[in-house]
Design a protein around this ligand. Sequence first.
Ligand code: ZN
Length: 407
Amino acid sequence: MRAFIFLLAASALFAQDAVRLMEDPTIKAALDAVKRNEPHFIDEQIRICEIPAPPFHEEARGRELERLFKGLGLKDVRIDKAGNVIGVRPGASPHPNLVFQGHLDTVFPEGTDVRVKRDGTVLKGPGIGDDCRGLVVVLGVIQALNDAHVQTPGTITFVADTGEEGLGDLRGTKNLFNDSLKGQIDKFISVDGTGLSITNVGVGSYRYRVEFKGPGGHSFGAFGMANPIQAMGRAIAKIDNFDVPKNPKTTFNVGRVGGGTSVNAIPFECWMEVDMRSSDQASLESVNAKFKAAVSEAVEEENHRWTLRGSVTANPELVGYRPPGVTNADSAIVITALAVSKIFGFTGTPGEGSTDSNVPMNLGIPAITIGGGGRGTGAHSLDETYDTKDSYLGTQRGLLLAVALAR
Ligand SMILES: [Zn+2]
């Protein structure tokens, strides 16, 4: 009970702090600067979106962010070995050190037409919201802090990171925490996509590609031989029967299959791609262990059933791992984020997602992912749109939150 009362008191304090912070003349000036600068940053959002950043090839967009970071006067601007662009805006003290970032990469392959069309307030182009919006929120926050000469007590390290999407596997953020900024990050905000959402639960995942191989042969002449596709069928049937917890939500999916050469041939190979998710480490490890057992049992059963010439093998290759994690709803960072977001009209509750914040969440470092404001549709599709109506509120929310946490 005492803890509960303390929690209420603390949350009220944080909310008051946020409002009080907003009334500070310097911060007020910074928020005004955000609004004034917004048309420029919408132009920048379009320009940055038109620099392709396909998976594993964010270099060109990264070099442009490096140039912009330098132009904005950030210190120690550099590109690390994972391609992350890093720049520091020192505070009165090096700690707490808040990382504030957006991701460079898109899901779109090389050669995609990334030109942006503008129709009134609506921009249309692949990646325009996810995450060109996040990148310009980062830039807009730096510009406004500079314009209003805001001096934060702690330091803010701004990052444009690589490898957030798909098989990029959070490689940029993993490298920040394991190498380039190892041990130096106290708090973490990722600006990803649109709207005013807050994500405090990181859904982790294991992803595999499994190849099944066998000798292969004629469907009639070699009958009696173990069959990779039939072994894979056994594995899929086992996976389909997995019991998984509803809470924390834990899932599995065989998403793609392929293989075989002909209707009248025993195949020599086939493959499947499997994805498993949970925000809870133990549940994720448990479904992962069941998956591995299912594959080896399926192969064993197939080889036991058919013994003519050779046998089937399976080779599960890990193609993705996102660590799960949670930043507790009653932690200071989440309470502050809610208090700040309410000022800008956010009425929802924090949710779950699979974002760069998974990495710090898993390490126990306070982290959230927030939207960049405005309204987006069709993320990860060629028809992605971004409505810039009142989009400055997203940058203002980001700025106030950054200032509230860099102390
Ligand atoms: Zn994204």
